[in-house]
Design a protein around this ligand. Sequence first.
Ligand code: ZN
Length: 412
Amino acid sequence: MKINSQRLWKSLMDMAKIGATEKGGNTRLALTDLDVQGRQLLIQWANEIGLSVRYDAIGNLFLRKSGIADFAAPVVMGSHLDTQPKGGRFDGIYGVLAGLEVLRSLHDHQVQNYYPIELAVWMNEEGARFTPAMMGSAVFTGIFDLQQVLETTDKSGLSVQSELNRTQQQGDLELGRKFTAYYEAHIEQGPVLEQQQNQIGVVTGGQGILWLDVQTTGKAAHAGTTPMKMRKDSMVGTAKMIVALEKMVWEKFPDGLITFGEMSIANSSRNTIPAQIKWTIDLRHPNDQKLLAMKEQTHEILVFFAKQNDLSVDIVEHWHSPATYFDSVLINTVRESVQELGLSHQDIVSGAGHDAINLAKHCPTTMIFIPCEGGLSHNEAENITTEQAQHGADVLLNAILKFDQQRLAEAS
Ligand SMILES: [Zn+2]
């Protein structure tokens, strides 16, 4: 079975009119009037095919198609409708509207799903107005405390609670209720699928992240009077460390990533040898063991070059978020659907955060990626083609049907 690609594309374009920016992007920050207008348009479409509409206490919106076994826990599709300031038209929105298109297609073909199917719109995924990001799904899954999040304010001092009241986006649907499965379709937001010319990314999980704060300390001295061999130059030592660390990842961790995004030189001056540098290391890997091995080798390299350059080095672990492994049964429903539809595909790991990463702690979860132009996202120029949109939604539809059938077979 296939979805109606023209209808999906028209819905994407209609949604993009709400909060449209001059350069073809969207601004719909969470719980603003524009965000709520987007939700209302979705609800209007949901009403046309008889979906029920409910909210939970953190403003997540759920549209539901009942099943024959309507008492059972639902299989859920979803993503988010909020955007970055001057963000794109597809990040999040694509997953919601692909989910709607699945439900519309089931309605067109009068398919009676055995178990209920829901479409979730998670509140404030982007974290652009209220921080942190992925707020609605984190409260739903119990990762964040409801009360604390409700008291969070934006820059103008308005709280999540007051904005939920004002926009009437709060309801009584139970937080943390059981889902049998969660599927999220999303644009890749990176260049891999496009470069590999693959139509679908079968997402196997999310990578682990480890942040280190490093301080290299030498000795401040006059740039003109201190001979080269008498220096304790923290800048030169740090530069050698960075080169060696990058080489280590290239050579030993082909699926790993390392980034040095921040650096500050204490009392910097062009004619003083830098005494102290504070900098950051961001390590990422889809496998937790490999991530820890990367950390250990990072330590060894830092200590080696500190010694070689007569410096001291302090290393503090700032943050560690373990890798996410998606559910193998769900991944298989996606992989089989992709194969049956004859689409080119590859396994891929999510580089960005998504509501699905939170949901994976709550229920069997997986994601479906489609390519986006130049891998560009969080940008007004974010773009996909009609065909790319169709492929992802076709896969979502078939994976959902496959899951429904498998579940029925297991129950009987
Ligand atoms: Zn997103």
